[in-house]
Ligand binder design. Structure first.
Ligand code: GLA
Length: 369
């Protein structure tokens, strides 16, 4: 590790999604913001066909691969992400002759805050710079998405990668996933006397388990039944819902359609600086994911319900669901009491103790040195 030939350091942040969940792969709207926690990749080129990886993460042993041997499904764990970036670039015809990559990160792992996307994005940005590939941020996001889709095997959308690469400090990133155009919307919680509290429930969150893929498949099936290319093309939501069989399929579509509308209302409120007004939309988003998309879990519901009962203006699960984190929009003075109440509620139910962070809208991926 000490002989790693470092030419520079690149950082990519994790994210929280303010609203717009499971809409990205339906060509819908999302509104993420980057968090201050980043993955840092110290990277140097090699010309001998070797990829050497190291991480400061406890228990991570340095490993070495021949870049020519990289193939989907071969690796699991953290090494799959940096290796997957090298594989994806080489598969696209770019001559990556090898690299030394040393990873350091303070993005909580397994918390639904996109630590894996941040890892891929930091490495993709580094290799783009060093090998002078000339990719723009959307192209880099697609490389990082390809790592998840084709190398690791999870059919994620582009939310996390676009957030990590595209966010701006003090703003949320309003992105239309149909054409990947985005605008930066001011998101100043502190200036409004508020905090966006992240509650990491510590409940297992593993998208590989299949719940994510089955939700996505349901949306694709519904689009097929409705004769549209994606759920975004639905122009008459009531008629579309009525045309679907009552039950899970209709519920999934109802979530996606109503969630897109909530994103637009939140963006309108933020544009006029009314941060408090977004609270009820966050809470409605959670109810929709709990009842229609059925991706919540007892820990997430407890976090959300307790935060609301303790005065939060709104709260919802973030990310793929089935565990991971919730966010709660709280008056600054309520932050500590909300955290305390959630901690107590978890203890009473015998859940693992939660962790808390503040989500401060931060900058997207960049070169540090
Ligand atoms: C995960 C995926 C994203 C997105 C969210 C749900 O974070 O990686 O692409 O689908 O779930 O909004």
């Amino acid at each position: 590790m000490s002989d790693f030939a470092v030419e520079g350091v690149w950082a990519a942040p994790g994210r929280v999604n303010v609203i717009g969940e499971h809409t990205d792969y339906n060509n819908g709207f999302v509104l993420p913001t980057a968090i201050p926690q980043t993955v840092r990749a110290a990277v140097g080129r090699r010309t001998d066909g070797l990829l050497r990886l190291a991480s400061t993460h406890a228990g991570a042993e340095p490993v070495e691969f021949a870049v020519a041997d990289l193939a989907p499904g071969v690796l699991s764990g953290w090494t799959a992400y940096p290796a997957g970036v090298v594989w994806a670039l080489r598969a696209a015809g770019h001559d990556i002759g090898g690299a030394d990559i040393r990873i350091d990160s303070d993005v909580p792992v397994g918390a639904g805050l996109s630590s894996s996307a941040a890892l891929s994005c930091a490495v993709a940005l580094a290799l783009d710079d060093l090998y002078e590939l000339g990719f723009d941020r959307v192209e880099l996001a697609r490389v990082a998405q390809r790592v998840e889709n084709d190398f690791v095997g999870i059919p994620v959308g582009l939310l996390d990668q676009m957030a990590s690469l595209g966010c701006r400090a003090g703003h949320a990133y309003f992105l239309d996933c149909r054409d990947l155009t985005g605008t930066h919307v001011p998101f100043d919680c502190a200036g409004s006397g508020l905090r966006l509290l992240v509650i990491d429930t510590r409940a297992a969150h593993a998208l590989v388990d299949g719940g994510y893929a089955t939700r996505r498949a349901s949306c694709e099936e519904a689009a097929r039944l409705l004769g549209v290319a994606s759920l975004r093309e639905i122009t008459d939501p009531d008629a579309a819902l009525a045309a679907l069989p009552a039950g899970p399929l209709r519920m999934r579509v109802r979530h996606v359609l109503t969630e897109n509308e909530r994103v637009l209302r939140v963006v309108d409120a933020l544009r006029v600086g009314d941060v408090r007004a977004i609270g009820p939309e966050l809470t409605a988003s959670h109810a929709s994911m709990r009842d229609d998309y059925t991706i919540s879990c007892p820990e997430l519901d407890t976090a959300v319900d307790t935060a609301l009962a303790t005065g939060a203006l709104g709260a919802r699960l973030v990310g793929g669901g089935f565990g991971g984190s919730a966010i709660a929009l709280v008056e600054a003075d309520d932050s500590a009491p909300v955290a305390e109440a959630v901690e107590k509620a978890f203890a009473v139910r015998g859940f693992t103790a939660p962790r808390f962070f503040e989500a401060i809208p931060s900058a997207g991926a960049r070169r540090l040195s």
